[in-house]
Write a protein that binds this ligand. Structure first.
Ligand SMILES: Nc1ncnc2c1ncn2[C@@H]1O[C@H](COP(=O)(O)OP(=O)(O)O)[C@@H](O)[C@H]1O
Ligand SMILES: O=P(O)(O)O[C@H]1O[C@H](CO)[C@@H](O[C@H]2O[C@H](CO)[C@@H](O)[C@H](O)[C@H]2O)[C@H](O)[C@H]1O
Length: 461
């Protein structure tokens, strides 16, 4: 390993967006190294690296944005971003650091969109008619992110995809298909690269309009549960059920637009049974990694057995794929906007691009209402009164969301309970793995859902 690779091997696993947690890193290799911008011999340089990490035969590619400067020239406010000191790109000793934290450097990324194109290995593209306003420094969004988003003034957000998969990223693909919809942020451009071994260009980042002043659905929902738990009244709860119903209607609208813009199909009962088999396989894999899950496997298997017996055709289309409250924002103008159509970040892109039932997204959002309630109980583990209040919050909002979805023209979730329950369990099983790897103290949230709420159809709760 080079000195640069050794430093990255220590830094990479500590990043929130690194999805290889739990898999020992045996190899780190810098596969691609591009210098995208340079502020002269003494100023900072911006490098883009594609790093392969993991084990032989089981490795993944990640995008790393690296800054480099002359030794001892890192400004104090960037000290926390430092990675180490090593030779970089023909220059002798350089201090290297996480460029996402350096607003001036990421501002140079935005500059590159002003004169898009190029035939090099890394290309900046804009959608027809887009003229990018430059000059703003980048501000990195913090929080529970699988990728890294940089906000420029009140104009744009550049989402840099961290784990790289071959080909166009579904987030870009679906946002472009939905362009013009009031329920998504308008896509403006993207960065793509040719990576060794991949035939199609790989999307590295997507530039979208930024929606200032919007509130994250997860923050809104958990604030509402808190208010309820603190006894500030049921009227606050009803305020949120209206939001949940509007979100249901908006979801149905977006599904309709996706079905209009992109291919659709219908799954035969045999194909549905195959889908149930795949769910059983995922359950077995997750139970092997998280033994606590095995205690509830019989409940999950019952739901999958019911699903495999569904004898009506199941309409399928492109869907969001990782739909939850953290993927929707409530705008000042009074509506919900859907973000992050990337699908589940740990699933290979080819699988995420498959057509699927829109009820999978409905199930994802229903899980999220359970999560908002269950998460707040993590700190109050044995208070039956609180537990009842939180669970009833989830039930009311789940019902409101389903009603809104059906009113908005989507399939009525109440009429497809076997399908919905199987999708909910499948998502909860995914969440068990996700939490075990990323946030072990949240593991009980999906586990408790599996043990209790998800096992009962919404109508009977
Ligand atoms: N266009 C946008 N306008 C306003 N906020 C945004 C926009 N895009 C993303 N965000 C904020 O960034 C957060 C993370 O974005 P997201 O696309 O979900 O990234 P990730 O895949 O890393 O989770 C969102 O929850 C939202 O708060
Ligand atoms: O938003 P991402 O694409 O990064 O999705 C991943 O991380 C999510 C957590 O940040 C995770 O969502 C789970 O936790 C949410 C609360 O933080 C909750 O609202 C979701 O219902 C729950 O699934 C998501 O599963 C994962 O893919």
């Amino acid at each position: 390993m080079s000195q640069l690779e050794e430093l990255i091997a220590v830094w990479l696993p500590r990043q929130r967006w690194f999805s290889g947690k739990g898999i020992p890193i045996q190899q780190i290799r810098v596969e691609n190294f591009h210098t995208l911008a340079s502020a002269g011999p003494d100023g900072p340089d911006l490098h883009l690296l594609v790093v392969r990490s993991g084990q032989r035969g089981r490795s993944s590619r990640y995008q790393v944005l690296l800054g480099s400067r002359a030794p001892r020239s890192l400004p104090p406010d960037l000290a926390r971003a430092a990675i180490g000191v090593c030779p970089v790109s023909g220059k002798r000793q350089r201090v290297i650091y996480d460029a996402a934290c350096d607003g001036d450097l990421t501002g140079m990324l935005l500059e590159r969109f002003a004169s898009p194109g190029g035939n090099g290995q890394v290309r900046f593209r804009t959608l027809p008619g887009e003229r990018i306003r430059t000059g703003a420094a980048g501000r990195m969004l913090t929080g529970e992110q699988s990728n890294t988003s940089l906000v420029f003034g009140e104009d744009y957000v550049l989402k840099t995809f961290r784990r790289l998969w071959p080909g166009p990223n579904p987030d870009l693909e679906l946002n472009c298909a939905l362009s013009g919809s009031p329920y998504v942020a308008r896509p403006c451009g993207w960065i793509e690269a040719d990576l060794p071994g991949y035939a199609a260009p790989t999307t590295l980042a997507m530039l979208q309009t930024y929606i200032p002043g919007a509130m994250d659905g997860w923050v809104l929902a958990t604030t509402n549960v808190w208010a309820l738990l603190e006894g500030t009244g049921p009227e606050r709860q009803s305020a949120f059920t209206e939001e949940a119903a509007l979100l249901g209607r908006t979801t149905a609208e977006v599904h309709r637009s996706l079905a209009k813009a992109l291919p659709t199909d219908v799954l035969s009962p045999t194909a549905v049974a195959e889908l149930a088999d795949a769910m059983v396989e995922r359950l077995a894999m997750a139970s092997a990694e998280v033994p606590e899950l095995a205690d509830y496997a019989h409940l999950v298997m019952e739901a999958y057995a019911d699903f495999s017996q569904v004898d009506e055709p199941l309409p399928i289309q492109r869907i969001h794929g990782d739909y939850h409250l953290g993927q929707v924002i409530r705008t000042g103008a009074g509506g919900w906007v859907l973000l992050d159509f990337e699908g589940e970040p740990t699933v290979p892109v080819r699988e995420r691009q498959r057509l699927s039932s829109p009820l999978r997204d409905v199930a994802g959002m229903l899980r999220s209402f359970d999560y908002a309630a269950g998460y707040l109980l993590v700190d109050h583990p044995s208070d039956p009164g609180l537990e009842w209040a939180a669970r009833s919050w989830a039930r009311h909002n789940r019902e409101a969301f389903c009603r809104g979805y059906a009113d908005g023209g989507g399939a009525d979730p109440e009429k497809h309970l076997a399908v919905l329950r199987a999708f909910e369990f499948d998502k909860a099983v995914y969440e068990v793995l996700y939490e075990a790897r990323n946030r072990p103290n949240w593991l009980r949230v999906p586990l408790e859902s599996i043990a209790t709420a998800v096992s009962v159809p919404p109508a009977a709760r």
